[in-house]
Write a protein that binds this ligand. Structure first.
Ligand SMILES: Cc1cc2nc3c(=O)[nH]c(=O)nc-3n(C[C@H](O)[C@H](O)[C@H](O)COP(=O)(O)O)c2cc1C
Length: 186
């Protein structure tokens, strides 16, 4: 008998090719538990939010993004930290996905977050801001474990492969908790 895997949509708040956030997301994909399948969505083509454009109908890529969220059981968001907050590219994508009233894709969506930075504080301020935004969208953000990866440049090699065992363990623990978190809302 086959059981359906939990569908998780992952996206990183960085467009950089060699982004540590994307690398962390790709490690999460590799580390995902058997019962979970993580698919990456690239935020690169999401246009800047404009209510006038929205009034004429969401652009195709925005529709795809919103549908991908709706069709997932949970989100995995990986954020860098820009000027003590989340990057505009991530906030912009969340603003699009917050729209739609009772059908808003982010409404009641279980979400796990994590972040990485070459700095020492591991995206603490960005994650705090991300939680604030996701509270406004009435999403169900997982409380713990918190995954804040500091000095991330020491934890990946030049081929963007994770070299730090502990970081892998933190990510695995987050994903295992997400499996349980999602069942709270079924
Ligand atoms: C505009 C800008 C602002 C930044 N501000 C912060 C910051 O407040 N805190 C921090 O830890 N790192 C900061 N950084 C460094 C980023 O964490 C670092 O560039 C990181 O690698 C970006 O994520 P990515 O590797 O996923 O692209 C900043 C970088 C940029 C480009």
């Amino acid at each position: 008998m086959s059981t359906q895997k939990m569908k998780v949509l992952g996206f990183a708040g960085s467009l950089r090719k060699e982004s540590y956030s994307r690398s962390l997301l790709r490690e999460a994909i590799k580390l995902s538990p058997n019962e979970m399948e993580i698919t990456e969505f690239d935020l690169n083509d999401i246009p800047m939010f404009n209510e006038d454009v929205e009034k004429q109908g969401d652009p195709t890529i925005v529709n795809e993004f919103k549908d991908a969220i709706r069709n997932s059981d949970a989100l995995l968001i990986v954020t860098p930290e820009y000027n003590s907050g989340i990057p505009g590219v991530l906030k912009n994508a969340l603003d699009w996905a917050s729209r739609g009233g009772k059908d808003a894709p982010l409404l009641k969506k279980p979400v796990a977050i994590m972040g990485s930075t070459p700095g020492r504080a591991g995206t603490a301020q960005a994650q705090s801001q991300l939680r604030q935004t996701l509270s406004s969208t009435r999403s169900f953000v997982m409380v713990e474990p918190q995954v804040l990866i500091s000095e991330v440049h020491k934890k990946f090699d030049k081929e963007s492969q994770m070299t730090d065992e502990k970081t892998g363990q933190y990510v695995s623990r987050l994903l295992e908790s997400l499996v349980k978190w999602v069942t709270c809302f079924k």
